[in-house]
Design a binder for this molecule. Structure first.
Ligand SMILES: C[S@@+](CC[C@H](N)C(=O)[O-])C[C@H]1O[C@@H](n2cnc3c(N)ncnc32)[C@H](O)[C@@H]1O
Length: 234
């Protein structure tokens, strides 16, 4: 089974995340049939890593063999792009039996339905790699990092869970840092803490967008945050 070719799955770059597309979504995470996405896996494992706006899926494919025990899911709003990721994963599973069983993609709007898919405190890691910058001020409300959505991300993340962000747009980087730092349930990781994390180096080039930024000699800004405890501290 050959890997899919991107040229057959092109779609315009932006899909309005506020418009009402028709998406099926469960009323509750337990109502979703997860074994459709991870058919080779038995047992009660739950998704722990979430790649939000996964694009063509490069991060999932890179992390899958690094963390074979963790279930990972990419969320992608564009139908052809999510079809590509699905076909890519199916082909990889055929080419490498026993591998890539822990990754899957779901077409949905990550700005709308996350609590329908994930329990409180379920996720260990969330990734926002090269999110759409929505440059114009009037479109800032479309940005996937904003103070309302951060509360939703804090809800589905486990305490001590990690959020990874990277972008080539300095203004968006600063926007993300300010929003996370102002939020009471997140704190930024120090440079020292980043050095010991093997995922950090994968943020730069494992995705298709990261490779494009490299080809264009763009800058890359990384910021990583921890979901801190919401227990009252004296
Ligand atoms: C610039 S691309 C980056 C893709 C990927 N992370 C990478 O680094 O190659 C942003 C992606 O996020 C997707 N996206 C934007 N808004 C979304 C939303 N609300 N829900 C799910 N995906 C979304 C877009 O369709 C696009 O594929």
């Amino acid at each position: 089974m050959a890997l899919p070719q991107k040229k057959y799955y092109r779609q315009r770059a932006h899909s309005n995340p506020i418009a009402d597309h028709c998406f099926d979504y469960p009323a509750h995470p337990d109502e979703y049939n997860w074994s459709n996405l991870y058919p080779a896996l038995h047992g009660n494992s739950e998704v722990e890593f979430l790649d939000v706006g996964c694009g063509y899926g490069g991060l999932l494919v890179t992390l899958s063999p690094m963390y074979p025990k963790q279930l990972m899911l990419g969320l992608e709003i564009r139908v052809k792009v999510s079809d590509y990721v699905n076909d890519r994963i199916q082909a990889l599973r055929v080419q490498h039996p026993e591998m890539y069983q822990n990754i899957a993609v779901l077409r949905t709007n990550a700005m709308k339905y996350l609590p329908n898919f994930f329990h409180k405190g379920q996720l260990q890691k969330m990734f926002f790699l090269y999110p759409d910058p929505h440059f114009k001020k009037a479109k800032h409300k479309w940005r996937i990092i904003n103070k309302w959505l951060l509360s939703e991300y804090a809800y589905i993340l486990a305490e001590q869970g990690i959020v990874y962000t990277i972008t080539d747009v300095k203004d968006l980087h600063e926007w993300m840092v300010v929003h996370f730092e102002e939020h009471p349930l997140f704190e930024r990781l120090s440079k020292g803490e980043l050095e010991s994390d093997p995922i950090i180096e994968k943020l730069y080039e494992s995705t298709e967008e990261g490779q494009k930024v490299t080809r264009n000699n763009g800058d890359k800004y990384v910021a990583v945050f921890r979901r801190i405890s919401d227990k009252w501290k004296d």
